[in-house]
Design a protein around this ligand. Sequence first.
Ligand SMILES: NC(=O)c1ccc[n+]([C@@H]2O[C@H](COP(=O)([O-])OP(=O)(O)OC[C@H]3O[C@@H](n4cnc5c(N)ncnc54)[C@H](O)[C@@H]3O)[C@@H](O)[C@H]2O)c1
Length: 450
Amino acid sequence: MAEKRVDTEDGNAYTYDELAAFYKGKYKKKEIEAYWETLKPAKGKKSKGKAKAEPEEEAPKGKKSKGKAKAEPKEEAAEEPKGKKSKAKAEPKEESKGKKAEPKAKAKAKDKAEQKPRPPRKTFKVTVCGGSGGIGQPLSLLMAQNRFVSELSVFDLNIAMVPPEGVAADLNHIETNAKVKGYVMEVGKNPIDFLEEALTGSSLVLVPAGMPRKPGQSRDDLFKVNADIAKGIVEAAAKYCPDAILALIVNPVNSIVPAMAELYKKKGLDPAKIVGITTLDVVRANKFVGEITGKNPRYINVPVVGGHAGPTILPLFSQDKTAKTIDAEKIPDLDKHVQDAGTDVVNAKGGKGSATLSMAYAGARLGGAVLAGLAGARPKPECAYVLSDVVEGLPYFTSKVVFGEKGVSKVLPLGELNEHETKRLEEVKVQLKAEIDTGVKYAESTELAA
Ligand SMILES: NC(=O)c1ccc[n+]([C@@H]2O[C@H](COP(=O)([O-])OP(=O)(O)OC[C@H]3O[C@@H](n4cnc5c(N)ncnc54)[C@H](O)[C@@H]3O)[C@@H](O)[C@H]2O)c1
């Protein structure tokens, strides 16, 4: 096995080849060799290089996956709330500073690094449709704070509780680089006639536009109303930003996403650009597991797969190291708690709205992962409801998704399920299939305008 030495800068062990590959093109071979000579051999220290050499998604554009990937954008750390390793990477260890005289070659390398500024971070335009609503406003606030956002369009109707121009004026006073602009449309008009400026150049369109379910309203009634709202926006996006990721929050996600993706397909566009946001189920599962175990939910990551309504929400507690320590007999109740959490919020709000703040948090987390992927910053996989072949017979399924420079770059397999989860998956299949069919049927009966 090739010898590994510890790089004092980040405390990790690398082979000479990994180190040389990392510095190739930046420093002369002799300088790298001299630097290598100053490093101490690794004693039983695990190489983190190997983990970095096999990222869960593709390496940033133009860069082959390298063992030593320290120069990859720091955004990776910023986009990973659970990234303990990344944090260490983002904050150079104090002990490496001034402990002993820096080796000459290393000092030289540092000087050079200082002379060569990093390329500017990629930034993007984001549009929030329904941006004046209960979810839309806090979501716009969070997106305006995202480091990858340079422009933010806030779009809503003239009947919204606050004019979108007002939301934009408000957000333009916070200390971020994002320039925010509001766009209003008279209710009953067609978004394709109003959204050219709002959407052109957008890389991500977040859609919390739509009606929340009213008491007594059936899921099918809600679908019809919200599918028409989503269709208007998707139609405009197909025209003005066909390469953007359209992240749909509007319910019922299980049917709206297939409907819009099939419409994209019919128009010759990529249906994988349509993504259903189900992150709130993951956020809730992590929180509830944290409450039961007393562990910090930031370090819990329960994949929640299937769909995004009632029993189609399937948390895989067995796949998280903290959650799997919970007694098996407590799991069915915990599972149900995650499924019913949305209704619990509706009840707690006394019929005056559904989850808005936690949904905005979850939407911003997914939106952040999409943007980090587009920027080549290799975010961790996030669960999302997408076009999928993970489960036979279910062409749309919430899975662990890796976001890359073009959007969805990988849909990861389910992984191992325990007995409870295997049984629950059968239940998911029946309901989800029917809800996907509702969406597909809608798409068969209509099409996107040119
Ligand atoms: N995916 C999830 O996890 C999740 C969670 C909670 C709520 N939701 C769904 O999100 C949607 C929004 O919920 P909310 O609580 O923010 O509702 P809300 O009524 O507070 O806000 C919706 C906004 O959309 C706007 N809107 C309606 N039609 C529009 C159109 N054609 N173009 C532009 N804007 C339009 C409204 O004017 C309003 O400002 C609902 O469908 C709700 O069921 C999804």
